[in-house]
Design a protein. Structure first.
Length: 367
């Protein structure tokens, strides 16, 4: 079943007038980046949580300035590049800080950490999606009571366990050979929003291609299924390797469940991550996961229990454990079974109590 999610239309007049309410801080203003990507999906998930908690919410497109006497949830930490316009008198600011390891060659990441250290007293709440980022955030000197470790969750309605029948049907639908051994990669790993020919190296597209090159030697029937925008670098690399692949990108995010049902394996080859959501998505669909130790994988994956994990850039390790998945049915069945449990524990609804603590004091409702 496909679930359609529609964002409420922002009301400029309503959002501005909320600053003059006789009872401020009774709802949350969720700010959008104005693009349909991970941050907008995450806000939708949070709205389902605030609804359950009885917290009213409003929505805004991109903001260039803060609003007084309001509880404002920004879509990402990137507003910290130029934060002062958002720190308006008597407002409360919250945001997720998913990724941005230090030291960094990115001026944006460096500026965000610098300004976090400078202005942390003006910030009310931060969500860290994994323990490494939480520890980096705390190095700013911010009050630890403002920082909450809450993984990027999934909507359990969107995902269902793969079965032999669903695998056969999904492969037929997307023209993937039934006898192929299919490895998946469903992320954005190119710079910008164009064809993605310039690789975003923190996402490890070069590591992914080297892993596929080595796997091809032992798995001649290897097939790669791609999703996500800006995948040009990887597609060009697969062409050079003469590895067959298919790239499918959905406008409706919930349809990605069908792609997981095509897979024998999901590979995360990143050097840095905030999530990715694919950790839990693959687990929810019963697809064995081989990942580098990045993002929330480092907290959620127990090696050889619910997934398989190696250090970043460990191509030999990614290849070894991928082959292990293909050849060791006992290990494969174990990580699938325990992965289901991990995914169930990390849906938005399962995180309700964590978010209750996050919003307590950020909004003035009884929680």
């Amino acid at each position: 079943m496909t679930y359609q999610q529609k964002d409420p239309k922002p009301s400029l007049l309503k959002n501005i007038s909320a600053s003059f309410s006789l009872k401020p801080y009774r709802d949350v203003l969720f700010v959008s980046e104005g693009i349909e990507w991970v941050t907008s999906r995450e806000i939708r998930g949070l709205v389902s949580v605030t609804n359950k908690l009885g917290i009213p919410s409003r929505h805004s497109g991109p903001l260039r300035i803060g609003l007084p006497r309001q509880s404002i949830f920004m879509p990402s930490a990137y507003f910290l590049k130029h934060p002062c316009p958002y720190f308006i008198a008597k407002n409360r600011i919250a945001f997720p800080f998913y990724h941005g390891y230090l030291p960094s060659t990115s001026p944006l990441i460096t500026a965000c950490h610098k300004n976090l250290k400078k202005y942390h007293n003006r910030i009310t709440r931060i969500q860290a999606s994994h323990s490494y980022m939480r520890d980096l955030i705390l190095e700013s000197g911010i009050d630890p009571k403002k920082v909450f470790l809450i993984p990027i969750a999934i909507d359990g309605r969107f995902f269902s366990p793969q079965t032999p029948e669903s695998k056969k049907t999904s492969r037929q639908e997307y023209g993937i050979p039934q006898q192929a051994v299919v490895a998946g990669s469903f992320q954005k790993d190119g710079e910008g929003w164009g064809d993605g020919m310039k690789p975003k190296l923190v996402k490890g597209p070069d590591v992914f291609l080297k892993t596929i090159e080595s796997l091809k030697a032992s798995v001649p029937e290897l097939f790669v299924l791609l999703s996500g925008p800006a995948r040009g670098f990887v597609k060009k690399g697969l062409d050079k390797l003469n590895v067959p692949y298919k790239h499918v990108y959905f406008e409706n995010y919930s349809d990605i469940n069908q792609l997981y049902h095509c897979l024998d394996l999901y590979i995360i080859a990143s050097r840095q991550e905030g999530g990715p959501k694919a950790v839990l998505e693959a687990m929810a669909c019963g697809v064995p996961l081989v990942t580098t130790r990045v993002g929330q994988a480092m907290d959620l994956v127990n090696h050889q229990e619910n997934g398989l994990m190696v250090e970043p850039e460990d191509i030999e390790g990614l290849v070894f454990w991928s082959n292990k998945v293909f050849g060791d049915s006992e290990l494969r069945n174990k990580i699938i079974k325990k992965g289901f449990v991990t995914a169930k524990e990390n849906t938005y609804m399962a995180h309700t109590d964590r978010w209750r603590q996050f919003f307590k004091g950020f909004v003035d409702n009884e929680l």
